[in-house]
Design a protein around this ligand. Sequence first.
Ligand SMILES: [Zn+2]
Length: 491
Amino acid sequence: MNQSSQPCGAASRALFLRRREGQTIIFMVMVLVIMAVIVLFNFDVHKILYIKSNSRNAGDAAALAGARWQAVTFNLIGELNVAQAVAINDALLRGETNDFPEARTIADLQARLCFVGPMIGLTAAQQAAKNNGIYVNKRYTSEMQQHANVVLASYPHLFIPPYANAWEEYAEMIRTVAGQGVAALPGAQSPYVSYDHMVLQRGFYSAIANRDWCWFYHNARKLLETYGGWQSWPPLPPLAQRNLMGSEYFALNLTTFATLDALEDLPGNQSAAAVRQQLSRVAGKALVPLVASVPAKWYCYEPSAWRTWQDLIASNSDVNTRFPFTSDIKKEFNYAGADASVAIKADAPRTMFNSKNYAVTWSAAAKPLGYLEGPVTPNTYGLVLPAFHDVRLIPVDAAVSQVEEDLFDFGASWLEHIVGHLPIYMQAGPAGISNLAGGCGYCQQLIIWEQSSFRLIGITWLQNGGFTNCFTRGGGGGGGGGGGGGSRHEH
Ligand SMILES: [Zn+2]
């Protein structure tokens, strides 16, 4: 086109150029905004990935540290069993028949080790998590501090102390760990947890409170669908004066037997003669048969916990065994017993849109492994013997110890509920505990559970296929409303 043919060509050209300039600026600004978003997004993604990998390393390291100290403790307790056998043997050879002071001293040491060993593991686990860049978690810390208070206040009335001042010392050890700040929440075994009774499982109460139907799908679907009211519960196991033999954190699950002869009565166990032979082999000298019938305190694996791995996992759940290993386990490694679980929680603050923090959760479990000459499992003879040479990470779902976070503030303490409220509930049902429910969240959940309309919501949700959202045991879903981004171990 010919510019000069237009009367005001120059002016229009200038306007045209300015407009184009304006468009360019708008375009540039848009590019800049998009780039900034990409950069910030990338920054967030990197930060989240970084924190995720940190949490993973920290959780794994903490679980391994816990399991390593479990292994050390088992081996020490095993060595002391052998030392005790030798002490009794030598005393018998000297003609002493009724008093074995060395044996008593050794047993006393073992009793203390059941607490001290796992508690050192707990300290080591915290250090491992912190070394991997995880900060102290205020909530975990205050939970542990509270537990120290419960031990000091209630345990002397509830449990026979395994040695003088046991509860004071134990509470002090817990308080010391909490005082340094808790970064990795350890799996703890409540002394009243019975896998066979639902009202003794804390997860049951959390699941009701959170309407976590996935939990029911994985752990108690049959119960949810067929529950026939409080009278249909099986009776509670005896609650008062139960034994607590060791640390609840990274629990060893040991027990004591009065004589080696008594070990023979365990289902599927070796004869007393075989136990004595094995002891003689480890001690490096022949022990007289009388050793097996002398009353003493022998540290043994708690038979209900030290079963085969599949057995234990199957009994923990109503649904078909979801055994998390794809290949067969070697015979000598096929035992449950004891392991160390931890949970790590880290926050990644988001840069973009000033939104909520991105919470990263990581659970890990590790297990002391080993075998006795044969090779046979460490618990073949019932008696603890030095056998552990290794620790390995295991799938969280295959762990005996489970980290149970108080997802919900239940007000009253767990022990108070079990000892004070449950027996009333078992006798009189929800009416009996209705006046307690004001101060006890656990009782509140039981009352909700008794409502068939409540259970019907879950049954309907599961029947409509809601369970397709349920991936792993205890995982979110089902209206859990968790922080999102949680991840669990899946080897
Ligand atoms: Zn209660």
